[in-house]
Write a protein of this length. Sequence first.
Length: 193
Amino acid sequence: MPSDWPDNSDSVLRGLFGSFTSAASQSLSTAGVWDALRTGAANWASSVLAVTSAVPPSAEEITAKASQLLGHVTITDVNNWRSIAGQQVRAQNNLMGQGLGEQITAGSIFTPPWARTAANPAIATSYRMTVQYIVEPNAAPGTSILEPHSYSLGTVLTTPGDALSEAQSLLGGQSYTNTGRITGISSYSIEAI
């Protein structure tokens, strides 16, 4: 019976891109990156098996599927995706390091290899902003969670302050989300889409 798991390294690693960006933001070593990938693959396997199995999956089944998922990934693949994640983290750090009234620069925009508008001369580059809000959950007052929201910014970028104002406008100007009250912003980033 053929495997139903992706056998394309780029597809698998793109699915685990959050593990790469987390590792890059923490400046993890190569061993740390592989640990993050194994954890991400195990989480992925666990969630897929939880909905596709008739009974809850065992730890051994999860480990086997996670190993199968990463079985064809090479160090070259990991280094390539680690580099892409580093670009994303640098762009985010550059953007957050700018003053809110300063012009957004190219170094503050992440342009992933999968962006469809960035390298297409026939259309204008479009951008998306992701804001990581700090939210006090309705169900647990006094605690906080991070809740990301993404917004299309169109094709014109001016300043980080303008982009954040646009995000707030797209949120409806509300100081809450479906899960709770917004108490602050943890981070934000812009990428070409």
